[in-house]
Design a protein around this ligand. Structure first.
Ligand code: PGA
Length: 224
């Protein structure tokens, strides 16, 4: 899954999409462009939304609502990304509202959780993750949980393979959801990460922003 964050204009994303459409097979590739760059039409990848406000429409200045996502047939959303939690101050109560809205509309939900460095160093990761998950319905059929340690996002510091495996095993005991790892996934570590037991995929930021890099990652994961 590619999280393009606040990168790409519609013009550059059209180019990105065309590049992927010509090279990937119909498979489980998801791309989350910024909302200004959403594209119409059918693509080989599933287009998702990085963010939304949990209403159909209304007076929510600057927000993206369901009617706007429907226009692009988008029914896959990210909720709880650490940048929205930390920079945009989205708290667990609001994330629960988003989750419940998405569940009511039967959307695919990529729910992000992850500890910061202090929690990690204090060896409290599992309790912390459990708490983050306590607000949502872990039995929801279309739930995908992305474990993304905050200290690994955009830093080039990928979590150690044994740690990822341990956390994913822990999460597997809590939920039957698909499990992803995210945090500085790149061409050097994709093969190893994608082979971890219980790792059903990866959520990639930086290494997905360029279409050639992202295609190489897809191929890197496939060849394992
Ligand atoms: P990164 O971002 O790959 O740049 O670490 C991951 C993410 O934020 O999902």
């Amino acid at each position: 899954m590619a999280n393009l964050k606040s990168n790409h204009t519609r013009a550059s994303f059209e180019k990105y999409a065309r590049f992927l459409d010509e090279r990937i097979d119909e498979q489980e590739v998801f791309v989350f462009p910024p909302s200004n760059a959403f594209l119409y039409g059918k693509h080989k990848f599933i287009q998702g939304a990085q963010n939304f406000y949990p209403q159909n429409n209304g007076s929510f200045t600057g927000e993206i609502t369901k009617d706007m996502l429907d226009e692009f047939n988008i029914d896959t959303v990210i909720i709880g990304h650490s940048e929205r939690r930390n920079i945009l101050f989205e708290n667990d109560i609001f994330l629960k509202q988003k989750f419940d809205f998405a569940l009511r509309h039967n959307w695919n939900i990529v729910y992000c959780i992850g500890e910061n460095e202090a929690v990690f160093n204090a060896n409290n990761t599992k309790d912390f993750l459990k708490q983050q998950l306590s607000f949502i319905d872990l039995k929801y059929q279309k739930l995908i949980i992305a474990y993304e340690p905050v200290w690994a996002i955009g830093t080039g510091k990928t979590a150690n393979i044994d740690i990822i495996e341990d956390i994913l095993n822990f999460l597997k005991n809590l939920s039957d959801a698909y499990l992803l790892y995210g945090g500085s996934v790149n061409i050097k570590n994709i093969a190893q990460i994608s082979q971890i037991r219980n790792c059903d995929g990866v959520l990639v930021g930086t290494s997905s922003w360029n279409e050639v890099d992202f295609l190489n990652l897809i191929r890197g994961a496939k060849c394992c």
